[in-house]
Design a protein around this ligand. Structure first.
Ligand code: UD1
Ligand code: CA
Length: 455
C-alpha cells in the first residue's frame, strides 16, 4: 500500500525556525511518529510531501530507509499536495493519507480505513465534536450515506450546525484518487485545491464512503501552536502512564511522569514523581525509582533502588544495587549486583563489579573495578592528562582510603589498601598498604597570627 504523509505546511503559529512537523511530542518529532506508525503496515510505500524546510525535514528522516519524497513548492491546498505526490504512488495498491502534524494517530484506528479502501471503497475518518468550528463538515444524504465534505469557510449556516467533522485522514484506491485530484478546482472561499472535494466525486462515481472513528479523540488532534503541542504532550503522557499502570507499574502520580522513549518494566516496579525516561529504558522486577530522576538508555536489573535526583545515561545496573540520591551514571557505566553508588558520585565508562561501593563524592572514569571494593569519599580517578584518557584498574577486595587520587594508567592489585590522601602514580601491590603522604609533624609552642590593630 501507499502511505502519503502531508508535511509541507509552514506552521506559522509555532513561531519557530524549526519546521512544524519536526517539533516533538513524547520525545519524538511529530513526523517521525507518523512515519513510525505508518511503518507498522506490511511493506508500506511511504511518500512524504515536503514544502517548508524541505531539506531539514528530509535530513531528519535520513535514517528511515524506503522513504520517498515529493515536493510541493507552493502550498495550494491539501488536494494540490496529493497532486504533487501523485506520480510517486503505485496504482495497483491503495493509498492512505496521513498528516505530519497529527502525530498521535494509532495503527489500530487506521485498520478499518485501509480495509475499506482494499474493498474498493473510500474510507474516511470522522469525529463528532461539541465545537466543530474550523473543521470540514461531513454531509450525509437522507439515507445517512456520506456524500461530501464542506469546509468551514464554505459552509452554509445550516451546514455549520453539523457536528461530524473531517479529520483529514482517509484511504482509497489509488488510480481513482489520481483522477479525482486532477479534477479539483480552487473555486472556493480559500482559493485552495481541497482534497475534501474528492468525497463528493467518489460518491458520484458510486463508491461507498465508509466513515470510521478513531479509538481516542486525541489521535486525530493536529498541532498548530505550542499551546496545542503542550496539550497533546500532556494527553499522550497520561495515556502512557495509564498503560504502565495497567501493566502493573506503580506510579505515585500518573500526572507527573514523562516518558520520551520506551519503558519496559518488570513486576512491582515503583516510580516516584517527576521522573523523565528517554531512549530505551528497562527496569527489572521490584526496581524502585525515587523522585526527580532522569534515565536515558538505561537497563536496571531486579531489586535495585535509584534514589532521588539521580541522572543516568547509557548505563547498566545489576540486581539489588543502590544508586543515589544525587548520583550520576554517564555513558559506559556498568554496575554489577549489590553495588552502591552514593551521593555526588560520578561514574563514566567504568565497570564496577559485584558488591563494590562508592558511597560519597567520587569520580570514577575509565576504570575497571573488581568485586567487594570500597572506594572512599573524595576518591578521584585522574583519567585525563590533557590529551588522552587512561585506564585505572582496581582489583577485587581493594580498600581505597578517602581523598585518594589514582593517576592513570595505574593498577591497584588484589586486596591492596590505599591510605587516605594517597596520590597513586605507580601500581599498588597485592595485600599491602600503600600510602603517599608527607609525615605528620607537630610544632609545639606555635602561635596563631593575631589581627593587627590599626593605629
Ligand atoms: C483540513 C481539511 C478539513 C479538516 C481539517 C482537519 C481540507 C481542504 N480541509 O483543513 O476538512 O477538518 O484538515 O484538521 O483538506 N498541507 C500541505 N499542503 C497544502 C496544504 C496543507 O501539505 O497545500 C498540509 C498541512 O501542512 C497540514 C495538513 O495538510 O498538515 C492540513 O492542512 P490545513 O491547511 O491545516 O487544513 P485545514 O484547513 O485545517
Ligand atoms: Ca487551510
Amino acid at each position: 500500500m501507499n502511505i502519503l504523509i502531508l508535511a509541507a505546511g509552514k506552521g506559522t503559529r509555532m513561531k519557530s525556525a524549526l519546521p512544524k512537523v519536526l517539533h516533538p511530542v513524547g520525545g519524538q518529532s511529530m513526523l517521525a511518529r507518523v512515519v513510525g506508525t505508518a511503518s507498522k503496515f506490511d511493506n508500506p510505500h511511504l511518500v512524504v510531501v515536503l514544502g517548508h524546510g524541505a531539506q531539514e525535514v528530509q535530513q531528519h528522516l535520513a535514517s528511515h530507509a524506503n522513504l520517498q519524497f515529493a515536493t510541493q513548492a507552493e502550498q495550494l491546498g491539501t488536494g494540490h499536495a496529493v497532486q504533487c505526490a501523485s506520480s510517486a504512488l503505485a496504482d495497483h495498491a491503495v493509498t492512505l493519507i496521513l498528516y505530519g502534524d497529527v502525530p498521535l494517530i494509532q495503527f489500530e484506528s487506521l485498520q478499518p480505513l485501509v480495509k475499506a479502501a482494499q474493498a474498493g471503497q473510500l474510507g474516511l475518518m470522522t469525529l463528532s465534536m461539541a465545537n466543530p468550528h474550523g473543521y470540514g463538515r461531513i454531509l450525509r444524504d437522507a439515507e445517512g450515506a456520506a456524500v461530501g465534505i464542506v469546509e468551514q469557510k464554505d459552509a452554509t449556516p445550516a451546514q455549520q450546525v453539523i457536528s461530524e467533522v473531517n479529520t483529514g485522514i482517509l484511504a482509497c484506491p489509488t488510480a481513482q484518487l489520481k483522477t479525482w485530484v486532477n479534477r479539483l478546482s480552487n473555486n472556493n472561499a480559500q482559493g485552495e485545491y481541497y482534497l475534501t472535494d474528492i468525497i463528493a466525486m467518489a460518491h458520484a462515481e458510486g463508491l461507498l464512503v465508509r466513515t470510521c472513528q478513531p479509538a481516542h479523540h486525541w489521535e486525530v488532534s493536529g498541532v498548530n501552536s505550542r499551546v496545542q503541542q503542550a496539550e497533546l504532550e500532556r494527553i499522550w503522557q497520561l495515556h502512557q502512564a495509564e498503560k504502565l499502570m495497567v501493566e502493573g507499574v506503580q506510579l505515585l502520580d500518573p500526572a507527573r511522569i514523562d516518558l520520551r522513549g520506551t519503558l519496559h518494566c518488570g513486576a512491582d516496579v515503583s516510580i516516584d514523581v517527576g521522573c523523565v525516561f528517554q531512549g530505551n529504558v528497562t527496569l527489572g522486577d521490584r526496581v524502585s525509582i525515587g523522585p526527580y530522576c532522569v534515565l536515558n538508555n538505561v537497563s536496571i536489573a531486579a531489586g535495585t533502588r535509584v534514589d532521588a535526583y539521580s541522572h543516568l545515561t547509557d548505563a547498566t545496573v545489576g540486581e539489588n544495587a543502590v544508586v543515589g540520591p544525587y548520583a550520576r551514571l554517564r555513558p559506559g557505566a556498568k554496575l554489577g549486583n549489590e553495588v552502591h553508588i552514593g551521593n555526588f558520585v560520578e561514574v563514566k565508562n567504568a565497570t564496577i563489579a559485584n558488591q563494590s561501593k562508592a558511597n560519597h563524592l567520587a569520580y570514577i572514569g575509565d576504570a575497571q573495578i573488581g568485586e567487594r571494593v570500597n572506594v572512599g569519599a573524595g576518591t578521584i580517578t585522574c583519567n585525563y592528562d590533557g590529551a588522552n584518557k587512561h585506564l585505572t584498574i582496581i582489583e577485587d577486595d581493594v580498600f581505597i582510603g578517602s581523598d585518594t587520587q589514582l593517576v592513570a594508567p595505574v593498577t591497584v592489585k588484589k586486596g591492596a589498601t590505599l591510605g587516605a590522601g594517597t596520590t597513586l602514580t605507580k601500581d599498588a601491590p597485592e595485600n599491602a598498604l600503600t600510602v603517599s603522604r608527607t609525615k605528620q609533624i607537630t610544632i609545639s609552642g606555635w602561635k596563631r597570627p593575631v589581627k593587627s590593630t590599626k593605629k
